[in-house]
Design a protein around this ligand. Structure first.
Ligand SMILES: *[C@@H]1O[C@H](CO)[C@@H](O)[C@H](O)[C@H]1NC(C)=O
Length: 388
């Protein structure tokens, strides 16, 4: 009897300790859906009716903190404000400077490094379409130093991809949609890309499958929506379509390129491979005998997929000195982390966290032509590979 009472008390205390941290939006406003918590704190929770009880108070109009609210749109009902104008009007929340990086970014939405780490961990956890160890085997062979990457020596006699379970992976909707897109491009810069209406349709299918029809894509949208970057899903999808698939000219004034072609399919410019940062394209070309793997100069700390490597290879006559890629992730994961980093840290290094290990994504803006009201297309994005 006594034992049962003690046990009961212990369970009650444990539950309370547990629920205290897991059923509050304290420091979680706008952060991704996380099944470790019993309730959620981003706008999707209003739709799914699983918001924490203090969601309204902490994350909405009653909030006296900027946590989760940096650069949100002005709303006269808020008690205090968290966008760049609040310093001018002297109505910032008291933690504005701390939480919102001092509001340094001026125009755009302020996304902190801690938020990037948190949302990238959420995307990583949601990547249910990634390859498992039984679906993908790689054979990296020779590791060279960062100073040897230009030597153009084929140091690896075997293929990089030993096995890919195409049956299991490539039948999934987001893989199918990516495969349909990859054969749409002419890799030579200086030659106009003709985009048929069928190919435009394939862009829409990819965006829908990867961003609207996966939990991972919805998570990315929920995060950017909460940060005030987009006000609707239509705006989000449209902007992704423009920044990734909008054509621009890398060479000779011809509309020969896009961020998507450069990053996912790869291009040839100045006698070299330019871009090319997707593992599925690498696998397909290697399988067809068009790509010869030479060596790698970087192997990330991950022991399961996705992993990150920097590879040297020749693509049908053209050399790539360091082609870094996330290996074994789903197409939606690649697309989401590059989009996230391009939106949050355009032209800069973007520090993400995957399974507790840091991944730095470098992005560049395309500066020579624009879409919308002066928005920049993606020039490139890839995993940075620190020299080891
Ligand atoms: C593009 O513009 C950004 C921001 O103005 C600048 O930092 C970057 O150096 C430019 N890139 C190139 C290649 O000129």
């Amino acid at each position: 009897m006594k034992l049962i009472a003690v046990f009961g008390l212990w369970v009650t205390l444990l539950c309370r300790a547990h629920s205290n941290s897991l059923d509050s939006c304290q420091s979680r406003c706008g952060f991704g859906t996380d099944s470790d918590f019993s309730c959620q704190c981003n706008p999707s929770c209003e739709r799914f009716k699983d918001c924490c009880s203090d969601y309204e108070e902490l994350c909405k109009v009653g909030s006296t903190s900027c946590k989760g609210r940096c650069n949100e749109k002005y709303n006269s009902q808020n008690k205090c404000h968290c966008n760049s104008k609040c310093t001018q009007y002297n109505n910032c929340c008291s933690d504005y400077a701390d939480v919102c990086n001092g509001g340094e970014s001026g125009g755009g939405s302020v996304i902190t490094d801690a938020e990037l780490k948190s949302v990238s961990e959420a995307l990583y956890a949601l990547d249910s379409n990634r390859a498992s160890a039984s679906q993908l085997e790689i054979d990296p062979q020779v590791l060279i130093s960062g100073s040897q990457t230009g030597s153009q020596e084929d140091l690896s006699s075997r293929r990089f991809f030993r096995f890919v379970d195409e049956g299991a992976l490539f039948s999934r909707p987001t893989y199918e949609a990516l495969l349909a897109l990859l054969d749409n491009y002419n890799r030579m810069t200086g030659q106009t890309e003709d985009v048929s209406s069928q190919e435009k349709g394939e862009q829409d299918v990819f965006l829908r499958e990867a961003m609207s029809n996966t939990e991972l894509g919805r998570e990315l949208f929920a995060f950017l929506y909460t940060k005030g970057v987009y006000t609707s899903e239509e705006e989000f999808i449209y902007d992704l379509k423009m920044m990734w698939f909008g054509l621009y000219s890398r060479n000779n004034g011809k509309l020969d390129s896009s961020g998507f072609e450069h990053i996912f399919a790869g291009e040839i410019k100045g006698g070299k491979v330019s871009g090319f940062h997707n593992w599925i394209q690498f696998y397909l070309l290697e399988k067809r005998g068009l790509l010869n793997y030479y060596s790698h100069s970087f192997d990330g700390p991950w022991t399961t997929f996705p992993d990150v490597l920097g590879m040297q290879f020749k693509w049908d006559g053209y050399f790539k000195q360091v082609g870094s890629a996330v290996i074994g992730c789903s197409p939606e994961f690649d697309f989401a982390i590059y989009s996230l980093c391009y939106i949050a840290r355009p032209g800069k290094q973007c520090r993400l966290s995957l399974g507790g290990e840091e991944l730095i994504i470098q992005t560049y803006t395309w500066n020579n032509s624009y879409y919308g009201d002066g928005k920049k297309y993606i020039g490139t994005a890839y995993p940075a590979t620190p020299r080891t």
